[in-house]
Write a protein that binds this ligand. Structure first.
Ligand SMILES: [Mg+2]
Length: 441
């Protein structure tokens, strides 16, 4: 069951980096990659993703593919990736179906009947764990597992509800309310799970991100010592990484957009931020406080040294970056603080004044500086960030995603609307430059 009161475990202790440190791909041993919105959208690859992953592998990074989508088998997912140009085998794929099957196998006798309200991925995962998938409550299943399947019928939902009412353990592969598609956000498994919850009054155990079972399964399968979680959703990928104590990279090619990340609560703040997977191939730029007039608005990531901060979210443990300390309770810093990334400077004024952003350069650097300022003390509101985001030409707060705005910003800079995103990794002369001032009064 989802536990919204969970206190984030926090990522590794802050290590101060400088811009000449190695690319992210050289700092971790395994990257736990989300799929939808990160490597592909629907059937098509995200621009730049295939080449970036090939280069990351050349740098020695192992790739594991970790998905909340339980509808397809690992071999089908691996075949999809291979077709796109990312060679993968079934053993490289870790799905919420597998995590759900492991969760159930740990709680019921071997060979038990489990009712499957979902796709082939769940049935295969159950069999691999020595369990027996069934399709009717008449088979007296000891558990019900529900995962996304595009052809899920009322009849199967009715069987699942009858079994849960009869006392079967209720497990959901994931609780994602929405599912990205080429046509927009469609109902995800979490929306379908609500049908059983409404009909039975029973909440499920959830295996997928951000709950611990899927991350634990991925860690166990890969033997990762220094994992980096990469995803497009703050509420699943990034929160799951925070709860698992792993560093994370948010890419802006999927569900969560610029406004979402600036406004993210502490347990959903990524360690790093990039426009797309090409961010793996670069050192993350220094993001540091230029000026801090009191102890509240310190360096990013909760560091206490007063030196330059290196990462977006860092430890998430109290202090300046957490938003849950005295500054958070007060709603903002007592005095002004500034944070710089690339050519941009973000300024946080006392109280609930709008954030100010000035400078020039690639928008993603401006977004990084803005995140640093927004997270430095207390929780900011959408109104406080609206002007600064407009300065970058990015999404207005309150919209479901500003990722497409980031793409448009990149394309506008080159005058080539069909080109892929190049904000984070292309040479400087191919990057859209924005020069502006906003947010001041
Ligand atoms: Mg995704």
């Amino acid at each position: 069951m989802r536990n919204d009161k969970h206190v984030p475990a926090g990522a590794a202790a802050t290590v101060l980096l400088s811009s000449d440190r190695p690319a992210l791909a050289e700092q971790y041993d395994v990257v736990l990659l989300d799929l939808d919105g990160v490597i592909y959208t629907g059937q098509a690859a995200v621009p730049g993703a295939v080449r970036a992953l090939a280069k990351a592998r050349e740098a020695g990074l192992r790739l594991a593919f970790v998905t909340n989508n339980a509808s397809r088998s690992p071999s089908a997912i691996a075949a999809h990736l291979s077709r796109l140009g990312v060679p993968a085998s079934a053993s490289d794929v870790v799905s919420s179906a597998q995590a759900a099957a492991t969760l159930i196998a740990g709680r019921v006798p071997p060979g038990s009947a489990v009712l499957v309200a979902g796709g082939i991925g769940l049935r295969l995962a159950l069999r691999a764990c020595g369990l027996r998938p069934v399709s009717t409550a008449a088979d007296r299943p000891v558990a019900v597992v529900q995962g996304y399947a595009p052809d899920l019928s009322y009849g199967l939902l009715a069987e699942a509800a009858l079994a849960v009412r009869g006392g079967a353990l209720f497990v959901a592969a994931n609780a994602d309310l929405t599912l990205p598609s080429a046509r927009g956000l469609q109902p995800g498994n979490g929306s379908l799970v609500q049908v059983i919850i409404a009909a039975t009054g029973t909440q499920p155990l959830v295996a997928g991100k951000p709950e611990p079972p899927l991350h634990a399964e991925a860690m166990a399968r890969t033997g990762a010592q220094r994992p980096l979680v990469v995803g497009d959703r703050l509420d699943t990928d990034i929160e799951g990484a925070v709860r698992g104590g792993a560093d994370s990279l948010l890419v802006l090619t999927g569900v969560s957009g610029p406004a979402d990340v600036v406004l993210a609560p502490p347990q959903r703040r990524p360690t790093y931020l990039a426009a797309d997977l090409r961010g793996l191939l670069e050192p993350q730029p220094v993001i540091g406080p230029v000026r801090s007039q009191n102890s509240v608005a310190g360096p990013i990531g909760g560091a206490s040294s007063g030196a330059v901060g290196d990462r977006l979210a860092g430890t998430g443990r109290g202090s300046a970056g957490s938003g849950d300390g005295p500054a958070g309770a007060a709603g903002g810093p007592a005095e002004e603080a500034e944070f710089r990334c690339g050519g941009w400077t973000a300024r946080r004024r006392p109280g609930d004044e709008p954030l100010e952003l000035t400078g020039t350069g690639v928008p993603v650097d401006g977004l990084r500086a803005l995140c640093a300022a927004a997270w430095s003390a207390g929780q900011v509101t959408a109104e406080m960030t609206e002007s600064a985001l407009r300065t970058l030409g990015l999404g207005a707060p309150g919209r479901p995603s500003g990722a497409s705005d980031l793409a448009r910003a990149a394309d506008a800079g080159r005058g080539a609307p069909d080109l892929p995103l190049t904000l984070a990794t292309e040479p400087a002369d191919d990057q859209p430059l924005v020069t502006a001032t906003s947010g001041g009064r």
